[in-house]
Design a protein around this ligand. Structure first.
Ligand SMILES: NC(=O)c1ccc[n+]([C@@H]2O[C@H](COP(=O)([O-])OP(=O)(O)OC[C@H]3O[C@@H](n4cnc5c(N)ncnc54)[C@H](O)[C@@H]3O)[C@@H](O)[C@H]2O)c1
Length: 272
């Protein structure tokens, strides 16, 4: 059921690769709720993914941008305002990639060039997006900018490797830029810390299935799906959350506040 929560709002959605992507579900929900937006992804993902299908169904233009390139981002923010006929009300940064994770490098044997790439793609790119939005004066007053994080920024999940550092950077940028953008333009900046989700980025982490099941059993409401996340994102883009900023918002079915659950006690008792 749609509520017209984003009627008249314009934005940019980064990171829709295929129908499992959190950004893909968000684009569908945002469309249902009345938003107009530009879709973007790295040129290589545009060649390999199915974003054209999504763009057609949402009546959206695709503008390629590597989120680590300020030149690409400047072009994206300038062109998006032209295409949409005005400034933006929302931006979703739904981007993550670690060459070390992808190539299964052990945490005690990281390739440091790749580590820097992880930080650039998955963390610093959020600063680049925010700085470019500000420099191109792309945001409307009371706009909302979001990025997606994971609880490995606060607690250790061994196989998450250098992505944990990237997420810590991402969450810190939301606080620092959130302050700046609130003062200059009343724009809010937050991260949503999402449950493990079956997507290309998620399932690239070693042992993801076990990870997923553990989190599901450890969360009183179960894992939040990509669709649940898209609903939360839409709410965060709506006028109902205008005073929420500089936060890392847990969207995990209660995982972060649970010590142990009956499901896990039962599971562990099986081996006694
Ligand atoms: N899947 C999970 O378990 C999970 C949990 C918590 C947070 N997240 C976060 O959610 C976000 C979206 O991931 P997803 O799970 O939907 O997976 P996904 O693989 O569908 O999306 C990741 C996207 O990042 C894009 N990307 C990679 N490098 C890029 C670059 N240089 N420039 C622009 N785009 C680039 C990819 O093309 C892809 O579209 C990521 O930040 C991820 O870390 C995912």
């Amino acid at each position: 059921m749609a509520y017209n929560l984003l009627k008249g709002k314009k934005g940019i959605i980064f990171g829709a690769l295929d129908e499992n992507s959190i950004a893909w579900k968000t684009a569908q929900k945002a469309k249902e709720e009345g938003a107009e937006f530009v879709l973007t992804n790295a040129p290589i993902a545009l060649r390999m993914g199915k974003i054209k299908e999504l763009a057609d169904s949402c009546n959206a233009e695709i503008i390629p941008a590597d989120a680590t390139s300020v030149e690409d981002l400047t072009n994206l923010f300038e062109k998006s305002q032209e295409v949409l006929g005005g400034k933006l009300d929302f931006v979703l940064h739904s981007i993550g990639m670690s060459p070390n994770v992808r190539k299964s490098r052990d945490y005690g044997n990281l390739n440091y060039d790749w580590f820097l790439k992880t930080l650039d793609i998955s963390g610093i790119s959020f600063h680049k997006v925010l700085q470019t939005a500000e420099k191109t004066d792309a945001m409307n007053e009371w706009g909302s900018v979001l990025a997606l994080s994971y609880i490995a920024a606060q607690r250790t999940f061994p196989d998450y490797s250098d992505m944990a550092q990237a997420k810590a950077v991402l969450e810190s940028i939301a606080r620092s830029y959130g302050y700046r953008f609130a003062k200059s333009k009343n724009v809010r900046v937050n991260t949503i810390s999402q449950s493990p989700t079956m997507t290309t980025a998620g399932s690239g982490v070693t042992g993801f299935d076990v990870f997923f099941d553990y989190a599901n059993k450890m969360s009183p409401l179960g894992n939040a799906s990509a669709e649940d996340c898209a609903n939360y994102i839409v709410m965060m883009f709506s006028d109902f959350t205008r005073m929420v900023t500089m936060q890392n918002l847990m969207h995990d079915g209660g995982f972060c506040a649970s010590g142990i659950t009956e499901e896990l006690v039962e599971e562990l008792s099986k081996n006694k």
